[in-house]
Design a protein around this ligand. Structure first.
Ligand code: GAL
Length: 362
């Protein structure tokens, strides 16, 4: 785990100087040297907290640090593909200098990515790989996210009725390429070791859909026969846990998650959720901002990214791939609190006071 964090720091260590060079460079995105560079930031939804609560403020801050006169134009597609297509069109019409895109649906946005490339506007795919001729990509190893979730679930179920352990899988939205990676990684660990009683894909990552699906799984399998829940992210974990509680499942089976949402961290402290996957927001936003500013100045991205990726319908491009971290009650302090994502005060609301002191969160 520690090594993972160190890896992230090392990976990004090369970036600041390269950007400083890029920022002093030709100013390729601004040929007249007059107007301030403009960067479009297109986020997918407000269903998952991270985009507006973590990624947006961190990206904006880092872009400002790297490029004091850069202007960020932000828009959120509210999970609607047509709205995001319009937002892309509008950024292209305005002639922004670079676009940071978290695609609602990778395939449906490919035409707009192509239009941007034709207009010489570099698109940086942020967190989710977009289809088409993007210029760069920053994300985490998605299969490793799934493996961390799968391993944690097996560990948590160890004392259960060996051999007869049955789980329910709450997977993400199939139009998000990450969802397939998470599922693949998780199955590589879980297949053959547990029985998968029910598995669901969750359109738009909606917690209320996971809630409905978990109620269905409970009636189909029986409340006593679910020994673990693979939830691909914290929203799906929340929806699943509320269905388990509504059906009086006690004790709750271990439930996985992802995104280190504050509510999930509190459920972990309170014993309702077993784990979450923390994908350090700071390094991801920092790499995304660095790529965006570099691209907006017309400089090459291979100077600021050491990995590569080949998107569907595009050629190989520079990428920064970061390492995810598994978080259970025992390492909240060494990860999320240490990195300044949350203070102990934010996590330890009065109702969690005794759970927090038991967890050493003081
Ligand atoms: C994924 C992302 C996750 C999670 C999910 C739901 O693409 O990697 O961190 O937020 O989308 O929006």
């Amino acid at each position: 785990m520690r090594a993972g964090i160190r890896h992230v720091v090392l990976t990004l260590g090369v970036i600041p100087m390269a950007v400083a060079l890029a920022a002093c460079g030709s100013g390729g995105g601004d040929p007249d040297g007059q107007s301030a560079p403009r960067i479009g930031l297109l986020l997918p939804d407000a269903t998952t907290a991270r985009w507006e609560a973590q990624d947006r403020p961190l990206l904006e801050k880092k872009i400002r640090q790297l490029c004091a006169d850069c202007v960020v134009e932000h828009a959120n597609a509210k999970n609607d593909v047509a709205i995001q297509q319009e937002q892309m069109d509008s950024m292209i019409t305005k002639g922004v200098d670079a676009i940071v895109l978290v695609a609602v649906d990778a395939r449906s946005l490919a035409n707009e990515v192509r239009d941007a490339a034709q207009a010489d506007i570099p698109v940086i795919a942020y967190d989710r790989l977009a289809e088409g001729p993007i210029s760069g990509f920053v994300s985490f190893d998605g299969q490793e996210v799934g493996r961390l979730q799968g391993r944690a679930l097996l560990r948590a179920m160890r004392d259960d009725s060996a051999g007869k352990r049955q789980i329910v899988m709450m997977n993400g939205d199939p139009s998000d390429p990450n969802a397939a990676q998470f599922k693949k990684g998780a199955l590589s660990v879980l297949a053959g070791r547990v029985k998968i009683g029910k598995a669901y894909d969750t359109l738009q990552w909606r917690p209320e859909t996971a809630n409905m699906n978990m109620s269905g799984a409970l009636s189909a399998l029986g409340v006593a026969n679910i020994h673990g829940v693979y939830a691909a992210n914290d929203g799906l974990a929340a929806g699943s846990i509320s269905a388990l509680k509504a059906n009086k499942v006690d004790p709750l089976p271990p439930v996985t998650g992802q995104d280190a949402e504050l509510g999930a961290v509190q459920r972990i402290v309170g014993g309702e959720q077993y784990m979450t996957v923390y994908k350090p927001f700071g390094p991801e936003a920092s790499a995304g901002a660095t790529m965006a500013v570099t691209a907006a100045h017309g400089a090459a991205l291979d100077r600021v990214a050491k990995d590569t990726v080949r998107p569907t319908g595009g050629k190989q491009v520079p990428a920064v791939m970061l390492t995810p971290v598994s978080v259970t009650v025992g390492n909240i302090k060494d990860t999320l609190v240490k990195d300044g994502v949350y203070t102990v005060g934010q996590i330890c609301v009065p109702r969690l006071a005794s759970a927090c002191s038991k967890a050493g969160l003081t």
